[in-house]
Design a binder for this molecule. Sequence first.
Ligand SMILES: Nc1ncnc2c1ncn2[C@@H]1O[C@H](COP(=O)(O)OP(=O)(O)OP(=O)(O)O)[C@@H](O)[C@H]1O
Length: 268
Amino acid sequence: MTERSSSGEAVTDPKLSVTGLEKTFDGITAVDGVSFDVQAGEMTGLIGPNGAGKSTTFNCITNLIEPDAGSVVFDGQDVTGLPTHRVARTGLVRTFQIARELREMTVLENMMVSSKEQTESAIHAVTPGLRENVRTEEEAILEQAWETLEFFDIEHVAHEYAGTLSGGQRKLLELARALMADPDMLLLDEPFAGVNPTLEERLLDRLHALTDQGYTFLIVEHDIDLIMNNCVRVLVMHQGQLLAEGAPETVRDDERVIDAYLGGEAAQ
Ligand SMILES: Nc1ncnc2c1ncn2[C@@H]1O[C@H](COP(=O)(O)OP(=O)(O)OP(=O)(O)O)[C@@H](O)[C@H]1O
């Protein structure tokens, strides 16, 4: 929904709105009242020194970790406390590292099991008369899987076991798998960790292409330069709180941000 502000500017509802998020582990406050918005079709970066609370914030958004307080509204729908798979069904999907059992499956099989429709097909398969539909659905899923693998240039490893992929190829597969769930918004936790420069460039190129198509991204990443150079908006966390937010050039010069990094983890 687009409204007009008093000055006549277009005001668009945020894609994701996090308000007052809190999480404490055994007396350690990991997330301490964090609030922020992410706008549709934008790539937003979430940075901060080690232990700042980035991963916990991420995990609370999709309810992988249940927050103690706060709300998460996605596309105008309150998804706070919904099971992670139901949050995914609303279009808010996070990437996961390829789990041990999935490493023993081929890349293509990984794609197939990740598809949202796959679960629905299983229900249809037990209903007589719907088998024809299932076949068509499965063909569509297979086509989507190949197209997505081609988009990431990893179709040549489709029949390899996922466990044999390089670190960079595995990151591309993680993203490709997430896309099979037909998301609107993707949460990426350190998508560039262990990725060589060539694949990093490819991954960035694809992320920008997806953003141009209208996908929204929230990316936790240790490589600050990478976030500053590629995100339109940056959120900085420190000691469980949101320390600064804004355009990269604004955040980069913020004294509080400089102090937070110099004070602890300047080497990152
Ligand atoms: N499951 C847990 N049990 C206990 N404490 C935890 C747990 N998860 C996180 N913490 C603590 O919460 C704080 C925030 O951790 P979190 O992993 O969210 O930070 P981060 O910014 O993602 O750090 P990093 O960049 O090192 O991954 C840290 O002090 C951490 O030790």
